[in-house]
Every structure is written in structure tokens, then in C-alpha cells.
Design a protein around this ligand. Structure first.
Ligand code: NAD
Ligand code: IPM
Ligand code: MN
Length: 350
């Protein structure tokens, strides 16, 4: 049976980059004699504005029935409260309990890095962002909203189980890949309750991995060291919000947001893959968005599904496109979204 994949192109450039990721999947299928059973779902701002439905009542169950989910991006200025993105993107992360946000940071070519003199060997680490807790749980409220007496509360939730499973995942990944260091970042000097839990759990888990060096930075210092000396990092584990922020920063090391890939994973269950970037409304419909973040996310999806050779073929084709400068303008090329995707698809078929 071919793997079944739900495809949600979503909004803005999400639609354009998803089309390229799908074409590269087809190419990899042709090369390896495989078929992927892709089912496109229309959930998006357009769909919400037409029907009033963000995700149907059985939507999460529908998604659970697939082997994997691929999302382009969600976000549209016509939906200012971002309700559909909350239901489709964050809702899927929560409802399918996709607690690992896996965001690789890999520089493919020196010329793409804004940091002076950095080579690919200096920028090669993985961020594990906790993906089901933190400030994203939406617990809180506003009292006397719109007045000068307004009080707004947004709680940060940290649970032992939630922190333990993401920290363990980071160490397990390090062990499986032969990495020697895991760095945890928190703000336990200011957030003395919630992040004391991160400190406790990190020490407990690290003690079970004596061959892996466990290091810690406060998140502000981590951001500084990422810029100053990215080569010291192999695996970073942090909470939901900090992970969101540092992976946009880390995307710039790789050539920009158009390059960065991610997976929202619950090991052994249906997981969801998407580029780190959003719908970039100003770029939408212009055939200028870089499809590599989406294409590399498709590779991460195949790798997670156990198709290592297929994933490696996509990664190699992306590397060729970058080395030959057959890429979009954001990373110094002259191609459009479609042409850049076509080049990678052709390189996969070789
Ligand atoms: P964004 O990632 O959409 O874009 C920020 C900037 O990054 C763009 O203006 C562009 O300069 C660059 N960029 C992003 N993707 C690119 C690509 N593929 N190729 C070339 N350049 C690219 O972030 P934003 O402007 O803050 O958010 C726009 C909308 O997307 C918002 O509604 C936001 O909530 C949403 N969003 C969605 C996701 C997601 O679906 N996973 C992620 C981030 C933001
Ligand atoms: C991301 C995005 C989302 C997040 C937004 C769209 C809610 O920025 O996937 O990185 O903050 O998780
Ligand atoms: Mn983000």
C-alpha cells in the first residue's frame, strides 16, 4: 500500500511552495518506483471565508487516518485573528499530540550565510522545540478589555511529562546520530517556577546519558552565542515560544526563512511537516517564493516515514540546485518558484 499523505497547501505562498514539494515527491516516487497517495484538503483562509469552517468537526480524525500530513502555510490578512491557522496548524499540533517540533539548521553553501566567514561545517545543528505546551496552550483571558483597567493574562504551562518527553527525545536523537552535546535553553533566572522544572528535568535526563555533554544557556545568551559561534551547537532543546523565535534566527544562517524545514512529530504516530516560514502575503501569487524550505520538509517527512534513500535523494538534489545557483532571488538566483522546483525535481530523477 502506498503511504497516504494529507496535503494542506493553505494560504499565500504556502500554495506555491506546496505545489513544488508535491512535484518533487512525484519525482522521487518515479525514481524509486514508489507511489504516494496524496489527498489535497482545501482548509485555508479562502475556505474559511467561503464556508465559515476552519477545520470540520471530524477534521483531526480525518488527519489521524493518514500516514503523514504536509502543510504549506496558514495566515491571511483577511483573517486578522488568525482563527483558521489556530485551528488547522496549532490545533493539529495539539490534537495529534505532535510534541516534537524538529527543526534542522544546516548551511548548504557558505555564500548563503550572513555570518562572516561561516562554512557549512560551522552551521549544522538541530533544534527541538517543545510543541504542545508553553504559552501556546491559550490559557488566560482579558478583563476590562479596551479600558485603561485592562488586565491580560496568558499563562505558560510546563508539565513534567511534557518537558521530560521532549528532553528525552533530544538526547535520544543525539545518541542515535552520534552527537556528543545537547544544550538546553530556558529563562530560569526570571521564570523561577516554570523553568525550574526544565532545570530539574534536564539534569535528571542528562544523568542517564553520561556520554553526552549536557550544557545550558539562558535563552538570551543562547541567541547571542548562536550568532557568535554557531559551531558549538549540535542539539538544542527548548520550550515552545523560545524555539519558535530561535528557529527564525537560525533560518537566516541557512539563507533565510525560505530555506528552513520542520517536522511536527509524535514518534510512531501520524506527524505533520511544513516549512518554518509563513504565508508571506506580500510574496504571494508572484512566483518568487523559495520552495526549498517546503521541499526539504518533504524530505524530512520521507525520512521520518523510514524512506531514508528517498529523503537523501531530495537533499542531494537541493544541494545541487544551491551549488549551481539554480534557485530563487532571495538566495541569489534568478529562477521563479516553479522553475526552482522543476530544477530540483529534475535533479531527483537523474
Ligand atoms: P513569513 O514567514 O510569512 O514571512 C516573513 C518574510 O520572510 C517574508 O516577507 C519574506 O521576506 C521572507 N520569506 C518567508 N518565506 C519565504 C520564502 N519561501 N521565500 C522567500 N522569502 C520568504 O512571516 P510573517 O510575515 O511574520 O507572517 C505572515 C503570515 O504567515 C502571518 O499570518 C503568520 O501568522 C503566518 N505564519 C504561518 C506559519 C505557518 O503556517 N507555519 C509560520 C509563520 C507565520
Ligand atoms: C511557526 C509559526 C507558528 C508558531 C504561528 C503561525 C502560530 O510561527 O510554525 O513557527 O508560532 O508556532
Ligand atoms: Mn515561527
Amino acid at each position: 500500500m502506498p503511504p497516504t499523505i494529507a496535503v494542506i497547501p493553505g494560504d499565500g505562498i504556502g500554495k506555491e511552495v506546496t505545489a513544488q514539494a508535491v512535484s518533487v515527491l512525484t519525482a522521487v516516487g518515479d525514481r524509486f518506483g514508489r507511489r504516494f497517495d496524496l489527498v489535497h484538503l482545501p482548509w485555508s483562509a479562502d475556505h474559511y471565508l467561503e464556508t465559515g469552517v476552519t477545520i470540520p468537526p471530524d477534521g483531526y480524525d480525518t488527519l489521524r487516518g493518514f500516514d503523514a500530513i504536509f502543510i504549506g502555510a496558514l495566515g491571511d490578512p483577511r483573517v486578522p485573528d488568525n482563527r483558521h491557522a489556530r485551528d488547522i496548524l496549532l490545533g493539529t499540533r495539539f490534537e495529534l499530540d505532535l510534541y516534537v517540533n524538529h527543526r534542522p539548521v544546516r548551511l548548504l553553501d557558505e555564500r548563503l550565510c550572513p555570518l562572516k566567514g561561516r562554512q557549512p561545517r560551522d552551521v549544522d545543528f538541530t533544534v527541538f522545540r517543545e510543541n504542545t505546551e508553553g504559552v501556546y496552550v491559550g490559557i488566560g483571558g482579558r478583563f476590562k478589555a479596551g479600558t485603561e483597567d485592562e488586565i491580560a493574562i496568558q499563562e505558560e504551562v510546563n508539565t513534567w511529562k511534557g518537558v521530560d518527553r521532549i528532553v528525552r527525545h533530544a538526547f535520544e536523537f543525539a545518541r542515535a546520530r552520534g552527537k556528543t552535546k545537547v544544550c538546553m535553553a530556558d529563562k530560569s533566572n526570571a521564570m523561577t517556577h516554570g523553568h525550574a522544572l526544565w532545570q530539574r528535568v534536564f539534569k535528571e535526563v542528562a544523568a542517564r546519558y553520561p556520554r553526552i555533554e549536557a550544557t545550558h544557556y539562558y535563552i538570551d545568551a543562547l541567541a547571542m552565542y548562536m550568532v557568535l559561534d554557531p559551531g558549538q551547537f549540535q542539539v538544542i532543546v527548548t520550550n515552545n515560544l523560545f524555539g519558535d523565535i530561535i528557529t527564525d534566527l537560525a533560518a537566516t544562517f541557512q539563507g533565510g526563512l525560505g530555506m528552513a524545514a520542520s517536522g511536527n512529530i509524535h514518534p510512531g504516530r501520524t506527524s505533520m511537516f511544513e516549512p518554518v516560514h509563513g504565508s508571506a502575503p506580500r510574496f504571494a501569487g508572484k512566483n518568487i517564493a523559495n520552495p526549498i524550505g517546503a521541499i526539504s520538509s518533504a524530505a524530512l517527512m520521507l525520512e521520518t516515514l523510514g524512506m531514508k534513500d528517498e529523503a537523501a535523494a531530495i537533499d542531494a538534489a537541493v544541494l545541487t540546485a544551491v551549488r549551481e545557483n539554480q534557485v530563487t532571488a532571495d538566495i541569489g538566483g534568478k529562477l521563479g518558484t516553479r522553475e526552482a522546483g522543476d530544477y530540483i525535481a529534475a535533479a531527483v530523477r537523474v
